[in-house]
Design a protein around this ligand. Structure first.
Ligand code: CMC
Length: 442
């Protein structure tokens, strides 16, 4: 649809009528899918030399940067769907690999597609032996997310053909390799932190069982994880698999838009996920709970959050979401999962603190008036800790699952004819031109 100055004629389709008060000119900006095109603003100039109006939207609060058919979120109604399927139904009935297929291909796999997919993933779980020496170069106390980010980036050097991103076969192979190898890297990182020998993948186990085996197996010939833990991991992986245009997915799409290989793009996603306002929140929740120490200290902590005294603008971690403003549907599933796990492994003192935090926050006007409710990360850390994962490893678990979503989004971006290299504009607020003064003359 074209746009243009139409001072008098009535709109034929939905349009936004705008008058530029600098010039008195009227414009109609077509509205499609509830959006106006930012580029349509550029025709509005206050003179021939003017560049045209830009839209200013720090942190993309109100900007759609792509069209996507993968994940649907209705933040006001607490709805999350992958390819149209409600998250609750996928968490109940699907496996992580089935969900990963769905995210990428748009449909649930047939039985034979699923078997082929599982086989492809299973047979690409091994990593090059040099990766072991690469990991051994990290200090014993390196953060697992730093290790994961750099090791995934390093994988790009092992698969130079992955740069051929326009070749569907290469793309397919890279996607399989990444989904297959990230759990192996994560498990190797865990073993490195613990000073334990690396455990190789075992191909007769499921995706989740194999990951837990690589993490926990010692001298036994075959590791059997507790069914409640296998189930919890499978469900948490499904819940974390995608979440439309969040910070890390935007990082993957942005880096991918320069046509970098997918290993590099996913490494960028891991870097973004690391931050405590994003995937790092599950780690931050546990640290906050440890800092609170006892349920009786919760009211004082909440007061600290409200007054901003809790040290550098302390937030109630695991609460609030950019998109969900009634509840996070994933949090509901995770809470039920936490109940199942704790029924079997016993109540944890920290769970009592979490329940008290939730109880007090949900009845406090500060949080309810700002629509701050528990998000997916509020309870995930407690589940992961009951599985004996170290706190700084939690975000790695998130990254394993999100790899499936990042890759589906990356491939969708590459196939979208409207996409180009991501390159936002800025409002320059610096100094005007001034003459350089050489240091020697000063
Ligand atoms: N604790 C206390 N106050 C909060 C919190 C919180 N967790 N979150 C937001 N607020 C307040 C904030 O101070 C502001 O108050 P005011 O209007 O008085 O200035 C108001 O609520 C709006 O906050 P905002 O920062 O404009 O909201 P946002 O949409 O930019 O931030 C968020 C979303 C998730 C970054 C934020 O809620 C937060 O920092 N939460 C804690 C970190 C967390 O749990 N992150 C995990 C998100 S879910 C996993 C994922 O997908 O990444």
């Amino acid at each position: 649809m074209s746009t243009g100055e139409t001072a008098t004629s009535a709109p034929t389709t939905a349009a936004l009528a705008v008058t530029d008060t600098r010039t008195g000119k009227a414009y109609e900006l077509p509205i499609a899918d509830g959006t106006v095109r930012a580029m349509d603003l550029r025709q509005m100039k206050d003179g021939p030399e003017d560049f045209g109006i830009l839209s200013y939207d720090p942190a993309f609060l109100n900007t759609a940067a792509c069209r996507s058919a993968i994940t649907f979120i209705d933040g006001d109604r607490g709805i999350l769907r992958y390819r149209g399927y409600p998250i609750e139904q996928l968490a109940e009935g699907s496996t992580f690999l089935e969900t990963a297929w769905l995210l990428r291909h748009g449909e649930l796999p047939t039985r034979s597609e699923y078997e082929g997919w599982v086989e492809d993933i299973t047979y690409h779980t091994y990593v090059h032996e040099n990766i072991k020496s690469y990991l051994q170069g990290f200090r014993y106390d390196a953060h697992p997310m730093s290790m994961l980010c750099s090791t995934v980036a390093a994988l790009s050097s092992f698969y130079p053909n992955s740069k051929n991103i326009h070749d569907p076969e290469e793309r397919n192979l890279s996607i399989i390799r990444l989904i297959a190898k990230v759990p192996t890297l994560a498990a190797f990182i865990y073993r490195h932190i613990k000073g334990l020998p690396f455990v190789y993948p075992q191909n007769d186990l499921s995706y989740v069982e194999n990951f837990l085996s690589m993490v926990a197996r010692m001298s036994e010939p075959r590791y059997e994880s507790r069914p409640v833990f296998t189930r919890a991991t499978e469900v948490l992986f499904i819940l974390h698999a995608d979440h439309e245009q969040n910070c890390s997915t935007t990082a993957v799409r942005t880096v991918g838009s320069s046509h970098a290989d997918p290993f590099s793009a996913v490494a960028a996603g891991i870097a973004a996920l690391y931050g405590p306002l994003h995937g790092g929140a599950n780690e931050a929740v546990l640290r906050m709970i440890e800092q609170i120490g006892h349920p009786k200290n919760v009211p004082e902590f909440i007061e600290g959050v409200k007054s901003g005294k809790g040290g550098g603008g302390q937030r109630l971690m695991g609460f609030g979401h950019r998109v969900y403003k009634s509840y996070d549907p994933r949090a509901r599933i995770v809470k039920q999962l936490a109940d199942d796990v704790f029924k079997e492994v016993g109540m944890d003192k920290d769970l009592e603190i979490a329940l008290e935090l939730e109880r007090i926050a949900l009845s406090d006007d500060y949080f309810t008036s700002r629509k701050l409710y528990p998000n997916v990360d509020f309870y995930t850390g407690l589940i992961y800790r009951s599985m004996k994962f170290p706190t700084d490893f939690f975000t790695v678990l998130f990254a394993i699952a999100r790899t499936a979503g990042w890759l589906a989004q990356w491939e969708e971006m590459l196939q979208d004819k409207e996409q180009k290299i991501a390159r936002p504009r800025q409002i320059y607020v610096g100094r005007d031109e001034r003459p350089y003064k050489a240091l020697r003359n000063a």
